[in-house]
Design a protein around this ligand. Sequence first.
Ligand SMILES: [Fe+2]
Ligand SMILES: [Fe+2]
Length: 339
Amino acid sequence: MLHEQQTPVTPLVINGPWTREARERAIAEEVKLAYIEYFRKAVKTRNWLPWDDLPLREMEQYGHMLSEDTVTLVESFLGVEDYVGDYVEDTINIVHGKRERRNIQLQWGAEESKHAEAWELVLLHSGRRTKEQLETYRDQVAEHRWTMYENHPGFDTPLGVAAYAMVQERATYFNYEELRKRIRSEYGLPEQTTEEERKRGKQIGAAAAFKIVGVDEIAHHGMFLRVIDIYKRYLPYETLDMVFRVLNGFNMPALHILPNAEELKASLERTKLYTPLKHGRFVANPVLDAMGFNNKRALERAVQQAKLLPTGLGPEHVAIGRDGEFVISMQPDAEIEAA
Ligand SMILES: [Fe+2]
Ligand SMILES: [Fe+2]
């Protein structure tokens, strides 16, 4: 608690004139504070180890109950998570010179690196893949290199990678929650955690792994959401336009380059784990809501209005309403409230 009082985490009060450089500087300073808060919480509250903290023996006990589709889905997410090196390398190059963004990527990458290890342990200890099969699979994954430029040209900018990550982390969280529920049902467990699981503070077998990793993913979403919120206040048009484009062009990273892409496609069709409808309801809409918009139309309206904002306005002059309307005040001291 002492540490938390030492470093301010509330938005800075910086006054204009709002040149491009002043905006970039203000963003960097606020993102640094967001990084400190994120890093502190990650290290203190989400410091788990795949090899020590997952109920591996229970995975052995229940592993035979998992369906083929579930095994395919877990294996696919092992592949997606195993591109972590590419995601980190690519993003660190994109944000080059922005130390606070680089540091976020380093800590984020350290956390993500545990996820592939967790899925490997799930597959191995469930008795559904051998050590050799997993080695081969991961070697095949490594034959490809993932870059944002190749997969999402236009999102390969410091702002773009943050907007993409904000949506992607939410989508990953949703997928892992869905898989966790699926595993519980295949294990013959109720959807809600049992009294026994609550008492020991951990779910059963592979469900525990999906719960723990899911908590990481939603924390990642929250961190990138905050970064985007900071960008939005200083660079409203660019940020809203980028978020709009990311929401329109979103798909999960690396799915088509996975060694088992065909099996994954079939499993996704059979299980309906992640459909466009679910994406809208459980990924895009919560993202829009968290950004302060009622719906996509509101974001679209905000993009149009942001384009027309007079230059020189800073965050102290502008507020955005839930329907995407801008409220402008030219008195910097006045309290600005959305109509
Ligand atoms: Fe992950
Ligand atoms: Fe993540």
